[in-house]
Design a protein around this ligand. Sequence first.
Ligand SMILES: C[S@@+](CC[C@H](N)C(=O)[O-])C[C@H]1O[C@@H](n2cnc3c(N)ncnc32)[C@H](O)[C@@H]1O
Length: 207
Amino acid sequence: MIPTPDLSHLTSTDYEHVYEPAEDTFLLLDALEEHAGELKEMAPLTCLEVGPGSGCVSSSVGQILGSSTLQTVYLCTDVNPHACKCTRKTGTQNRTSLDVAKAFIDIILFNPPYVPTLTEELVDAQELRGIEGSWAGGSDGMEITNKFLELVGDLLSPRGRMYLVALKENNIPEIQTRMVNRFNLQSTIVLSRRAGREHLSIICFHR
Ligand SMILES: C[S@@+](CC[C@H](N)C(=O)[O-])C[C@H]1O[C@@H](n2cnc3c(N)ncnc32)[C@H](O)[C@@H]1O
C-alpha cells in the first residue's frame, strides 16, 4: 500500500479555490499503485501532470518512485494559480520537488474537467481560473480533454505513458479509437469504478 500523500498543510479555505482530492483522484492513485512496479522499472526522467489541483497525484508518483529515481523531473501545469501554489506546497510536504523542464515526457497524468456542461459554462470557468474549472468540461465533457489529446502524440516519449481520467459519458471507446487512428497511441483501461452518479475509468495510453 502506497500511503496517500500528506495534505495536512491544506485547509478548508484552500479547498474553496482548489479541487479537493475525491473519488476520481483516488481512482487515479489506485491505478498508479497498480502499475507501481512497471513505473519504477521504467525509471522515468519526466512526469507531466496537467491540472494537478492540490498536487496529490504527482506527489503520489514521487512516493511510488521514491529515492530510487532521484533524476525524475516533475512538471505540473494548472490554469488555477491557487492550484499552482498548493501543488508546490504539497510537493515540499511530501519531499517531491515539482519542477519545470523541456523534454519528451515519460509519464503524463491528466484528471481533466470531464463533466458535460454548456460550452459557455466551460469558457467562463476557464476565464475565471477558479474551482469551477475543476469540473466544467463543455460538450460531452471533452472540450478541454480534446485540446490536450491533440498534443499528446508530440509530447509523449517513445516509452511514455499517459494516464487519463474519463467518465462513461466522455465516450471512452471513441477516444481510444481516435487516439489509435490519429496518433498510433494504443490504450488500456487500468481501472473502472462507480463513484456516486459517476462511472469513472483510468485510461493508460502508450505507443
Ligand atoms: C478534476 S480537477 C483534478 C485535480 C487533481 N489532479 C486531482 O486529481 O485531484 C481538474 C484540474 O484541472 C485544472 N484545469 C482545468 N482546465 C485546465 C487547463 N486548461 N489547463 C491546465 N489545467 C486545467 C483545474 O484547475 C483543476 O485543478
